[in-house]
Design a protein around this ligand. Structure first.
Ligand code: FAD
Length: 593
């Protein structure tokens, strides 16, 4: 089944939910116009659908064999990557002074969705390269920027992110890779990193590794970690002391090489410090925050692809006779109410997650581009609040939607032939890398809710309430019970938020930690329902002013479906949050034996 990039939905969500037009009107996006943004998205959509999507299957089957330390990418990948770089796509969000186009994170997020909808294994590479650009442009010395940025911005060299070690996954304090100062001001890196995405490949002739390591006199824990740039090929053209020792055999994303990297077999890999000594984690987090949003966008991408495939199958496959069907013998399964519900759930979760990711991207743009420091601070805090929600919810629904996609296919979904199974296999990593979703939920409740004494989250809830007010004013029958259901979800979120803020400030972290994951889901359901209502209100206004786009009634119907059947879960999630740690107290009993 072929993938068609959902350009129109992406553009609509950007413009009417995430506020692209408003940001342009506020002068934040330079020369960008809504028409130009749509033209860029359309072009990206063509490349994703026509050039990248056909790689998805071949990548899954072929994998990335490692021989004598070298990895061969699957057939066709090198050529498409080259064409993608030459078309300037890697440079889209990069800094103008280093050859980038300086376009917004919001616009790039739409493109990232399409690269990843076409192939998750293809799309993850550039996410890391763009992250390396971000970390280097913010924290690199002028010499490092001069030497590396132009090539990485262009995508002629790729970037990696080296945090994980066998004993240091979620807990980076346990990191052991060593860095020693050399007399010439460089460093020698020694140690092993595991699970390094695109640590080795043959797409480009150099790979720039960003590596976390510890100096001999570094304080223990996360305050003693420094960040180093370690190129595969040194500036004089000789190979650095780094090699790929093995690759993982994984459940999914087979065409994304996941490498064990060994540094310093021959005395130490040459590295250059990025930022200050012992401040490496903060620098790496610059890279990780955007990467976390991008992983959320990957969830949207795979969900969209799984939905497209399931819908096409459901229109073809005939079984039984649906109630009220005009068919004389059998109906297409899409006519059966239960299959329709599955398909609508897939579409609604995808649309809500897309909206959540794009409003986060817009907040990131405002945090960087607003002229007013107060506005920048508020946007920065909003982006910080929304990032873990976008990452975790969108990646969770990536898995859920891909699983529903298999369900819609019946037995044919479980066999590899249809390709539906690949989406689920590929999606499964998204809830784990870039910080597991459990860690995202903990970050949300312990670090993000308390921002500005709780004012940041309160402002977000107030914005959701404003949408309810607009819905009530509209009072169009097509919206059904959207307003009361959305209001109920927001009130559940409000109460759960008060509980969490109290638990965190009263230093009762176990209560907060016990309910963090249901709280994150509750937040996402309320925000998702509000954002889909924003989309539906915009669609309604456009339709009322004579715009005959048939997608407008569909947007209203989807918003209603989400509010009436998905957001209704908010109340149950609130109960789970309020149960606090007490519910876990019997856990030792339940887990015993
Ligand atoms: C395909 C793939 C690609 C990857 N790419 C990269 C990469 O490019 N660079 C890189 O550096 N790493 C990469 N990783 C590593 C990835 O980021 C880690 O696997 C992830 O951070 C989780 O660490 P872990 O596997 O050690 O799990 P653990 O940290 O052992 O976690 C196991 C479980 O315990 C939970 N847990 C752990 N600590 C806590 C806590 N304090 N509170 C509550 N729950 C907790 C986790 O949520 C999880 O459910 C990749 C991994 C894979 C599989």
């Amino acid at each position: 089944m072929t993938y068609r990039a959902p350009v129109a939905e992406i553009a609509f969500t950007m413009r009417h939910v995430a506020g692209l037009d408003r940001a342009i009107a506020d002068g934040l996006y330079g020369d960008l116009t809504p028409d130009l943004a749509e033209a860029i998205l359309a072009e990206a959509g063509r490349f994703a659908s026509d050039a990248i999507a056909p790689l998805n299957r071949v990548g899954d089957r072929h994998g990335t064999p490692l021989r004598d330390g070298a990895i061969t990418m699957p057939p066709g990948w090198k050529e498409v990557y080259r064409a993608w770089v030459e078309a300037g796509w890697n440079a889209l969000p990069g800094p103008v002074e280093h050859g980038g186009q300086g376009l917004p994170v919001l616009l790039n997020s739409g493109c990232v969705e399409m690269w990843n909808g076409a192939s998750l294994a293809f799309g993850i590479g550039p996410i890391l390269t763009m992250g390396a650009v971000e970390a280097l442009s913010r924290h690199g010395s002028p010499e490092l920027k001069e030497r590396y940025l132009a090539k990485i911005v262009a995508g002629e060299w790729t970037g990696t992110m080296n945090l994980t070690e066998p004993q240091a996954g979620s807990d980076l304090a346990a990191l052991r890779t060593r860095a020693e100062r050399a007399p010439d001001g460089t460093y020698r890196i020694t140690g092993a990193k595991i699970f390094i995405t695109y640590g080795e490949h043959d797409l480009t002739d150099n790979i720039v590794h960003l590596v976390l390591a510890r100096l001999p006199d570094a304080p223990a824990g996360t305050r003693g970690i420094s960040l180093f740039l370690v190129p595969k090929v040194l500036p004089d053209g000789t190979p650095n002391d780094v090699r790929c020792a093995s690759i993982e055999h994984k459940l999914g994303i087979h065409a994304s090489p996941t490498c064990t990297m060994v540094y310093g077999d021959r005395g130490g890999a040459v590295g250059w410090l990025v930022g200050e000594e012992n401040r490496g984690l903060a620098c790496m987090f610059t890279m990780m925050n955007n990467a976390r949003l991008a992983v959320g966008v990957q969830g949207v991408a795979v969900a969209e692809r799984a939905y497209q495939q399931a819908l096409a199958y459901a229109k073809e496959r005939r079984q039984g006779r649906a109630p009220g069907s005009a068919a004389t013998e059998t109906s297409a399964i899409v006519e059966h109410p239960d299959v329709r519900r599955n398909l609508l759930t897939m579409k609604a979760l995808t649309a809500a997650a897309r909206a959540l990711c794009f409003i986060t991207a817009e907040a990131i743009d405002r945090a960087h581009r607003s002229p007013d420091p107060e506005a920048r601070k508020a946007a920065h805090e909003r982006a910080s609040l929304l990032t873990p929600v976008a990452k975790a919810f969108a990646s969770d629904i990536g898995v859920e939607v891909a699983s529903l996609g298999i369900q819609v296919h019946g037995g044919m979904g479980f066999v590899e032939e249809t390709g539906a199974a690949q989406h689920l296999r590929d999606a499964r990593i998204l809830t784990i890398y870039e910080g597991t979703n459990g860690i995202q939920a903990i970050d949300l409740v312990t670090r993000k809710l308390p921002l500005s004494g709780g004012e940041t989250v309160r402002a977000q809830i107030a914005a959701m309430r404003a949408t309810v007010t607009r819905l009530v004013k509209e009072a169009t029958p097509a919206f059904g019970q959207t307003a009361p259901r959305l209001r109920a979800a927001i009130e559940s979120l409000d109460r759960a938020t008060s509980y969490m803020l109290k638990a965190v400030s009263a230093n009762a972290p176990t209560d907060a930690l016990a309910g963090a994951t249901p709280y994150l889901r509750l937040f996402a359901l309320a925000q998702g329902a509000a954002s889909l209502a924003d989309a539906a209100l915009a669609a309604n206004a456009l339709a009322s002013s004579g715009d005959t786009d048939p997608a407008h009634p569909a947007r209203i119907a989807l918003c209603r479906f989400f509010a009436e059947t998905v957001a209704t879960g908010a109340e149950g999630l609130e109960a789970s949050v309020l149960a606090g740690a007490g519910t876990l107290e019997s856990a030792p009993l339940a887990l015993a034996g």
